[in-house]
Design a protein around this ligand. Structure first.
Ligand code: ASP
Ligand code: MG
Length: 416
């Protein structure tokens, strides 16, 4: 069996939905299809929950009404009849929005945001049935069991594995195709959870791994993985083949290839990952697998809106391990990850994304240990498999604020 993952962009219009249907139909053999929320639905649902949590209940309901309308009209246009089952999910959310928030934000976020995936998959499943592809729709919350770390839930592998290899695998006896949701799961108390934004890739990898799939294919609006973002570097090239390790490195440095958690479950079982274009399904795309020694061009990753935190020890004392550990505890406690760090004799330098609240929180907390200086509007350039010529070309006419390099990777912090 194989696993296909369709992201929000691949089901965002009637034409794209039909196209996804055709790709699924053309696939012989057993297939598990994981689908994201349509288009920008997750962002729209975030607005609903923000209004609700601010106590603007009627605004939240109004915003949700727009999402309902959009899905109902879309389904009706696609299926040529109303899809009444959508209402069950609408009602679940509306019930919640009529209450006042008494629990934490993240809990409500997950209860509401998960509906995007439930709606989109219901539509996909009905569309497939109506066009002759028998399939079983499953609520993934019955199979992916998680902890209650809302908005970034961790998978309970033991329970999920038992359910997926047992009940879910058995569903393949009724239909060749199973349609289910990415990104969401549930706790043992049946509360909905989400696995972190863009988490559907990860869900698809979890299924592929637990079901010992032949392969996982992620269908995107681009023809595979590129060596850089062509908007930032016009000589970007398509890459036909990559190792798991390279993809983990690329996502670590900020390339928006696939969700960073996706690779591990696949690598553990040696399951190849294909990244292909739903717009050009005849193209072969990129294959990601175990092989090492693959020839690849330099990989370029830009991270914009970077902040440099310069932490100078008070009264000229040395940076010792104790201080470094305390600093890392601070990062950990506010769930903030530095993109680059460098220790000197009396200072530590950290480069972080510009999340204003977290930067402020970190700078404030660190000020008990250090004199803190904050510098904004910086650009972090990473080149893997670099050469000096390319590095010079990309840094031309720019002020280099910091540079860090290994034989494989160079990172430079530039003025934006
Ligand atoms: N719908 C979710 C998001 O937009 C999950 C996903 O698309 O992977 O983040
Ligand atoms: Mg997506």
């Amino acid at each position: 069996m194989k696993v296909f993952k369709f992201g929000g962009a691949s089901v965002s219009t009637l034409e794209r939905m039909r196209n996804a249907g055709a790709i699924i139909k053309s696939q012989p053999g057993k297939l598990l299809v994981v689908v994201s929320a349509m288009g920008k639905t997750t962002n729209a649902l975030e607005k609903v929950i923000n209004a609700f949590y601010k106590g603007e209940g009627s605004n939240a309901l109004q915003l949700f009404e727009e999402i309902k309308q959009e899905h109902s009209l879309f389904a009706e246009a696609l299926l040529q009849q109303p899809l009444t089952q959508l209402t069950d999910f609408y009602t679940e959310v509306e019930w919640l929005l009529h209450d006042k928030p008494v629990r934490e934000y993240d809990y409500y976020y997950d209860q509401v945001v998960c509906v995007g995936e439930l709606l989109s998959t219901l539509i996909v499943s009905h569309y497939l049935s109506g066009t002759g592809t028998a399939n079983t729709w499953l609520d993934v919350r019955d199979y992916i069991r998680t902890d209650s770390n809302f908005r970034n839930a961790g998978i309970d592998w033991k329970t999920s594995a038992a359910k997926i290899t047992g009940e879910l695998a058995a569903s393949f006896q009724q239909a060749e195709v199973i349609v289910t949701q990415g990104f969401i799961g549930a706790t043992d108390e049946n509360e909905s959870t989400t696995l972190g934004r863009e988490g559907s890739d990860y869900s698809a990898a979890v299924f592929a791994s637990l079901l010992d799939a032949h392969s996982l294919t992620i269908w995107k609006d681009v023809q595979g993985v590129m060596s850089a973002d062509p908007k930032q570097y016009s000589a970007a090239e398509w890459i036909l083949e990559l190792s798991y390790k390279e993809v983990i490195e690329m996502s670590y440095y900020g390339a928006q290839v696939i969700h960073p958690k996706t690779i591990k479950p696949l690598q553990n079982k040696d399951i190849p990952l294909f990244v292909r274009s739903f717009l050009q399904p005849a193209e072969e795309g990129t294959i990601i697998h175990t092989r090492n020694g693959i020839q690849i061009p330099p990989i370029i990753v830009y991270k914009k809106a970077q902040v440099l935190l310069e932490l100078n020890c008070k009264d000229f004392s040395f940076v010792n391990e104790g201080l470094t550990v305390e600093l890392y505890h601070l990062f950990d406690s506010i769930k903030f990850t530095p993109n680059l760090t460098q220790n000197g004799a009396t200072s530590i330098i950290c480069v972080v994304d510009d999340h204003p609240e977290k930067v402020a929180q970190l700078a404030h907390a660190a000020s008990t240990l250090f004199e803190v200086q904050v510098r904004r509007n910086l650009l972090l350039l990473t080149i893997r498999h670099y050469n000096e010529g390319l590095l010079n070309e990309l840094c031309k006419d720019r002020t280099i604020i910091l540079k860090q390099q290994t034989p494989e990777t160079v990172q430079v912090l530039l003025q934006e």
